[in-house]
Design a protein around this ligand. Sequence first.
Ligand code: F6P
Length: 403
Amino acid sequence: MRAKLYVAMVGLPARGKSTMAKRIREGLREDGIQAAIFNNGNMRRELFGSESTKAAFYDPTNLKSYDAREYICRKNFEAAREYLACGGDVAILDATNARPSRRAMLEASLTDHPVLFIECVNEDPVLVETCIRRKANLPEYAGYSAEEAYESFNARIRYYESIYCPLSVERYWMRVDTTANRILDEHPCEDSPYYSAIRDILVTMWVRRLFLARHGQTVYNIEGRIGGNPALTEKGQEQAAALATHLRDKTIAWVFTSTRLRSLQTAAPLLAARVGTTHMALKEFDEINAGDCEEMSYEDIRRTMPQVTLQRNADKYHYVYPNGESYAILRERVRRGLRRALFLAGDAPLMIVGHQAINRVILSLFLLRRSEDIPYTFVPQNQYYHICTLPRRKVFELVHYSA
Ligand code: F6P
């Protein structure tokens, strides 16, 4: 008989469990492994509708709703058992499974195959907040005002927090930082042939479609001046319009920019032509801070601060501008921004409109490059990088867009 596995997700709401569950299913299917998801939330909506949107439904002292939630859990694990009995290989139980007693019940009931618990952790308050705001917009909150929905979802999370216990006594488990694709701790299920495939899926920086563009031309670009907050030139605006035209038929769910004018202006035509695309300006994507050299031209720096040019040429990756940043410092900030962008976009296509140094660093986070080469990566203003990184598929291409 082929080996089988139950995977039970664990974690508070808005921590990325469903995205991870879908990735596990898809990643395994790519390897010819039959996998399916059994989602408690979907069944809850089907069986209990708007009643289950109310925060009181999650109150652990409310015995009636407690029974309802345990009923959903049992129905789903019975369906999962049936699925494995009828040819499936991996059944994924997507639920909070926050309470140790629930997990003990799963382990005690699902004895035909191992149960691997995957706990999803996300401690970035900005991401949690943004996810809650988005969930408050879901159709199930149709009868609520935005604030009521937000409050209700927060109250639901507080109920879960009151019963939540991290994994520890369960037999097989992994704890995953869903914002960093990192396994924080694990009690491996070495007997399962799927364990290492699942681990590989979870540590992959999973990007279905990322368009990485640099802002269009600015006056400072023409003058060779760095940093500052210049606007686009006429040519830069044409480039922004050409980018929007070139991508007009592509779905882009999220557009991330920096907070700088040139990045915002480059994204503007693209955003204007779309409905349902979410824009978010992240400071993490602001161009490298050149400190005392901000707004100077490379020529001025060479003339008035020759030691800056000399030292930077000697080790451009580690050189820290006086009162500013180095590429090495920048990398940490950009990594934070990229994690946020990828977490929020989930599996939806996204675009980042960045800057020269920012895009070099983003590219380096996808490519294995020697750090000393990062500050020299080619980042043109009339082409974008199209990136796809999935466990079994990598695409990396530079695409021309200007007329
Ligand atoms: O020149 C445009 C620019 O985006 C500057 O604002 C920034 O300081 C620079 O590129 C980064 O490139 P480099 O590290 O090669 O100076």
